[in-house]
Write a protein that binds this ligand. Structure first.
Ligand SMILES: [Zn+2]
Length: 134
């Protein structure tokens, strides 16, 4: 009964998309920051409300087409940051088997097995050669 109601209620609505997830996390950050005494805390209190209302607006919006467009732009703009965090996670999980170097010329990451001593490393992207200790 309740499930049916919820199903019908969310039918044709935007739901929790990438932006809504982001603003939802922001809402919680703002809640914590609103405990700062004085004007700063008050500003974050206001931001909490704004962010919460905006999240609800996105989730319940029936203009799914427009929300999808906004989400696509949001994902485009945040691609580099999201890529950075995804790559950091990979590097962290492989840190015991591999050492990661950054090419001094093109700044791309290079993965080298650990424990091979001093190595001459050739960048796969730009061909630059440099040495590093594994
Ligand atoms: Zn390079």
């Amino acid at each position: 009964m309740i499930r049916r109601f919820l199903y019908n209620f969310f039918q044709g609505r935007n739901g929790m998309d990438a932006i809504a997830k982001f603003t939802w996390i922001l809402t919680f950050a703002f809640i914590l920051l609103s405990f700062i005494p004085g004007v700063v805390g008050y500003v974050f209190y206001v931001l909490t409300t704004v962010s919460m209302v905006y999240t609800l607006f996105r989730v319940l919006s029936r203009n799914v087409y427009k929300r999808r467009e906004e989400e696509r732009r949001f994902l485009d703009k945040t691609q580099r940051v999201r890529r950075y965090f995804a790559d950091s996670r990979v590097r962290f999980s492989q840190r015991k088997e591999y050492k990661f170097f950054r090419c001094p010329t093109c700044h791309s990451y290079l993965r080298v097995p650990r424990g091979k001593g001093k190595l001459q490393i050739t960048c796969r992207k730009c061909g630059n050669r440099f040495s590093g200790k594994t």
